[in-house]
Design a protein around this ligand. Sequence first.
Ligand code: SAH
Ligand code: SF4
Ligand code: F3S
Length: 434
Amino acid sequence: MDKKLFIETLGCAMNVRDSEHMIAELTDKEGYSLTKDAKEADLILINTCSVREKPVHKLFSEIGAFNKIKKDDAKIGVCGCTASHLGEEILKKAPSVSFVLGARNVSKITKAIKEEKFVDVDIDYDESEYAFGEFRSSLYKVYINISIGCDKSCTYCIVPHTRGDEISIPPSIILAEVKKAVQRGAKEIFLLGQNVNNYGKRFSDKSIKSIDFSDLLEQVSEIDGVERIRFTSPHPLHMDDKFLKVFATNPKICKSMHMPLQSGSSRVLARMKRGYTKEWFLDRAMKLRDMVPDVHISTDIIVAFPGESEEDFLDTLDVVKKVRFEQMFSFKYSPRPLTKASEFKDQIPNEIGSARLKELQELHTTILDEISANQNQRVFEVLFEELKSGGMIAGRSDNGFLVQAKGSESLLGKFAKVKITNPKRMVLYGEIIE
Ligand code: SAH
Ligand code: SF4
Ligand code: F3S
């Protein structure tokens, strides 16, 4: 009998890829097919994120909601980063959960569904050479893991505790995955890791010869059929000249760079253990703008990190004014278990955090409106990926702007030139010209 799988994926692109891995295992080996309706599912998986506190709180009410609507014999499994850090506790707090599988243990999904109250959250487990089956949410844009875990210890961040130490996936596996994806119609290769430009520091197979992220980018770009390469997340500390040169000169690498600033204050950056200063960040960002005039720079910023003074916050605003990020993800600091910063004594009151977040977002909105307006009448090459309502189709320009135009299904997975006629803050609307 056909068994149905419902999967909810929270968090980052790494989780999206982990969900794809689990779907591949369950459809290839266990005869499941996907459903969008949790009520008819035989297995409900929640692939969780733990990076901030709110989604973790929500998890237990969500489990309760699924438990109410699910079929009597359906199982609920909790996977991902919250599974990694809460482990057994999830089974104790939510007895309706059948198994708990950490972010580093997704390859054990077929085992987890067969055993009673299975828990595996071992962060030393090495999945870097595990061969997964094939499942892709998008045929055109394909996520490929290049490393697992993170070797940094940013003092606010729980990820090294949920995903473990960093291990690079052997280049032979990555290149084979890229070739396979291209043969199946992929146009855009999206390389994934917590700190992609630290690639190549440690392989489980010691005989692999030295390779860094810039070399890997060049090798991926040499594969026939690869048209676009994107990656996330690079770390500003590792943006050396070699990396910037490959980024700027390789025509297949999309001209959109994520530069997670976190804070503009060198004092706060030191307490965050980010390893760079305000000056280094500005130097790299300005060099990038010089080398690639059309570059699109996105960022992540945390406000109200413990001890952040008004002056520190002004430094963050100053960097935002100088770099004029094309996209900004901003968060109020959220204390996380197992992290150093959660023990710092100088936590910032919530109202100050909210006020700073508002001020930062208002500043960025003004910048974004100017950036968007400047795109009017420009022509971008867009890879179309998604149908929208009202006969619209959406995709991204090489440099990362979200673009929509009138168009039909036949354009999915294809490139077209779009002239922008109505630029909005989040989406540039335009007309296909060829
Ligand atoms: N490896 C990536 C970050 C992954 S977490 C990098 O270094 O860029 C994604 C983002 O969540 C981070 O960039 C940070 O801005 C935010 N974040 C992480 N921990 C947080 C916390 N404790 N409170 C608020 N935001 C946090
Ligand atoms: Fe977290 Fe820092 Fe690692 Fe990014 S680099 S995942 S912020 S510890
Ligand atoms: Fe969240 Fe884990 Fe990604 S904590 S952001 S799902 S690495």
